[in-house]
Design a protein. Structure first.
Lengths: 235, 228
């Protein structure tokens, strides 16, 4: 048995039939690509069928733009009394942890009113590209969100306080500069309203924030606690 | 008549499920791969098998390859050639860090379906020359494996346990191929007992060729829009 006879196929069609079949296959493939596949996958829609069938939405989902509250004197703006800034509500605390894959980035920002303050500390297991920045909702001159960077640098950690220079969203951009995975952990407490996370794939999600008062109270049964560091008194 | 309906329903279900899953590694699986640090034999085997069972390009190519193979000996021969081809490039590519553009590799995989469907239609007989089918299946196997290697490397797997993980993924691919092949074969064996099989063989392979062209066009469009 030679390899010639071993090839099992249909009997040879006439060349014209073969050409017709191949041409028809190409034509049909072209029609499917142009009317359905390309609009749905890449939002390439030469004859408008993707829009008509609603397929282009798959390739180009309507991106929800971050809309910070812009009104000055928003709920959490402080009232200054000398060195004291009085706030109308309790302050919040937040812990945010994320792992970034190769060359991924994340933005994590808080909604803050002008003059509101927070304390934060973050660490990463490897150095990351970092930008502490803020965005206003609208810039009357350009129409787009106005952005201001305060600390653009490579960092592995930061411990700081931050007072919002204007009402908007304020926070971090962290980018993994290499192929190794990077873990970042942020802890903060302050007068902010809500948190938003924006990832490399442009997905956006808000994070619930807890009031600091919701932390469990320390146990009060014992008066003395043994720890590895020694004995400490507990009221 | 009822049997036909059942068969049609099965084929539709299979098509729908593969299209829905799509071919890349899903988001959740991708996160898992990124978080890996050390050997994970069973999860990688599962992902390899899943990739094969839900990878419609591999499945369509296999349908083309075994469409006219009736004897178990022939099926084993061709499937082994395909397996040797894709295992070789998967292991060498993933371990050696060789990667190509995933769109180009996938476009060639689409063309492999066109090629096999064309051959099944008797196209090469009509043209009067017949490339060696075994060599062709082996070469396309190499491309399929290269595609797997390229996708796996997009997840920058940790060096820790890399060899174990890639070998596990490859074993999973073989298990998945075996399962998929069994399903394809059972369907074809049943279908062959129907009088419509030979009658529709021409149309079926023409449809297979169309699907191959669609996959090729889809990947080429992806390649040309990637830089935009």
């Amino acid at each position: 048995m030679t390899s010639q006879t071993e090839t099992h196929t249909l009997a040879a069609p006439s060349l014209s039939k073969l050409a017709r079949t191949t041409g028809l296959a190409l034509l049909l493939a072209g029609v499917l690509l142009i009317t359905i596949v390309l609009p749905a996958e890449y939002a390439i829609d030469p004859i408008g069928t993707g829009r008509w069938l609603g397929l282009t939405q798959i390739a180009a989902p309507a991106v929800s733009v971050v809309e910070p509250v812009n009104a000055e004197g928003a709920p959490l703006a402080p009232t200054q009394k000398g060195p004291i800034g009085e706030y109308p509500r309790e302050f919040k605390y937040d812990v945010f942890e994320i792992e970034l894959g190769a060359y991924e980035y994340v933005e994590y920002k808080y909604q803050m009113a002008k003059g509101a303050t927070m304390l934060f500390s973050w660490t990463a297991n490897l150095g990351v590209l970092h930008d502490l920045h803020a965005e206003r909702a609208q810039d009357s001159a350009t129409g787009g969100p106005a952005e201001e960077s305060f600390d653009k640098s490579s960092r592995q950690q930061a411990t700081a306080s931050y007072t919002a220079p204007f009402t908007g969203i304020h926070g971090w951009y962290w980018e993994n500069p290499g192929a190794a995975r990077v873990r970042i952990r942020l802890t903060s407490a302050g007068f902010y309203e809500s948190a938003v996370e924006i990832r490399s794939d442009r997905t956006r999600q808000t994070h619930p924030l807890r009031a600091l008062e919701s932390l469990p109270a320390p146990p009060r049964q014992q008066t003395r606690t043994e720890t590895s560091e020694g004995t400490i008194a507990v009221p | 008549m009822r049997r036909h309906t059942l068969l049609a329903a099965l084929v539709l279900w299979a098509l729908a499920s593969t299209v829905l899953v799509a071919h890349g590694v899903s988001d959740k699986d991708a996160r898992f791969l990124l978080s890996l640090d050390g050997p994970a034999i069973i999860p990688l085997m599962y992902l390899g098998a899943k990739h094969m069972v839900t990878g419609y390009d591999h499945l369509l190519f296999l349908v083309g390859v075994i469409f006219f193979l009736y004897r178990l000996k022939d099926i084993l021969l061709y499937v082994s050639l395909f397996t040797i081809g894709h295992s070789l490039t998967l292991l060498v590519g993933a371990l050696g860090g060789i990667r190509a553009n995933a769109h180009i590799v996938d476009a060639i995989i689409g063309l492999s379906i066109v090629y096999k469907a064309f051959e099944n239609l008797g196209g090469f007989k009509a043209l009067g020359f017949q490339p060696n089918t075994r060599v062709a299946v082996l070469i396309f196997g190499l491309f399929h494996g290269f595609g797997l290697a390229t996708k796996l490397q997009e997840y920058s797997l940790s060096r820790n346990g890399l060899v174990t993980n890639i070998v596990s993924f490859n074993i999973g691919v073989e298990i998945g191929q075996f399962l998929a092949l069994t399903a394809v074969l059972l369907t074809l064996v049943y279908w062959r007992t129907r009088p419509g099989y030979m009658r529709h063989a021409y149309a079926t392979n023409a449809a297979l060729m169309t699907a191959g062209f669609v996959l090729t066009g889809y990947q080429l469009a992806g390649y040309f829009t990637a830089g935009l």
